[in-house]
Ligand binder design. Sequence first.
Ligand code: URA
Length: 422
Amino acid sequence: MDAISVIRAKRDGHPLSDEQIDWVIDAYTRGAVADEQMSALAMAILLNGMTRAEIARWTAAMIASGERMDFSSLARPTADKHSTGGVGDKITLPLAPLVAACGAAVPQLSGRGLGHTGGTLDKLESIPGWRASLSNAEMLGILDSAGAVVCAAGDGLAPADKKLYALRDVTGTVEAIPLIASSIMSKKIAEGTGSLVLDVKVGSGAFMKTVEDARELASTMVGLGTDHGVRTVALLTDMSTPLGRTAGNALEVRESVEVLAGGGPADVVELTLALAREMLAAAGLPDADPAKALADGSAMDVWRRMIAAQGGDPDADLPVAREQHVVTAPTSGVLTSLDAYAVGVAAWRLGAGRARKEDPVQAGAGVELHAKPGERVEAGAPLMTLHTDTPEKFDYALAALDDAFALGDTAVDVPASVVLER
Ligand code: URA
């Protein structure tokens, strides 16, 4: 078998055989297939798609590229959630401690930013001292003591995905249903969670721009999870406008802590509670009350334990970017739209995301929103504040925001809920 024949087969629109899939994933993991060859194959998959049978085999090969974890020694049922990625999507931060406070164990293996979307690990790394990498034994220990752990997947878990995820980020090959579904589900199945809730984002700031594509991704992932014995549920949620009022690493940590303290933006609170209820039901704890755990401070207690267990100081000041630039409303009116993709690209260009896989991110960079769709603003009032350590990037970020928002004369219908479908 050789990489070129596998690339050519997919380039020419043929389904890959089980042997081709097993070989290419194994050879890529071992370094026998080069990054440039895998990039070409990923692009061919993005352009020509995969059958459900190919996706199932690709996922199984990625799981088999590494070890599987085992949480059966834990006294509590395990529940995990995964988002397909969005702008301002900080939900994992309040959600993991909240669900743990309600009685489940939450092993939350998370990723770094991908393209214009933020990454949970990049966000948490803005907390002084916090470290993302844990051994399996440390992870189990924190799960046992704090109830929740958010960390990087260990090198041993689906290593094929680790390499491919970083490669897709910088080769324009993220937005492919087969690659997203297999990437997410290989990690979740190898992780060994008993139940999984998928937050499948839809809209300009998501990888899936239409409800039809999001449904296809959701049903592909639910099928993969169910086939591997994981109780899997998916919600389709709105990503046409950013979640909450911040997009950026430390900015989003600050907003998440507000939610844990009983405040925070209504859409973030709503989605956190909706996902918590799904996770608790899937874990066999349908009577737990996450709204109470937010209100009585027990979720905040778990957050503090969880951050401290990974070396972070929950009381430390979060980093602030060196420079700020305020974008003001050109006229008075109601904000009728605020485009998630544009805000995500602006945050990324300000330094919150990376252009090459080895790039560092800036902890303080990002976009703070002073108005959300449906709210009235007056001419000259601040609409957004851009934050960066590298002010020479302001123009580049502002260019992304050229058509990002619209102001109108009359009130607009803002969707009643960020949850579109279950
Ligand atoms: N999250 C993942 O883990 N993988 C993807 O491909 C997209 C989002």
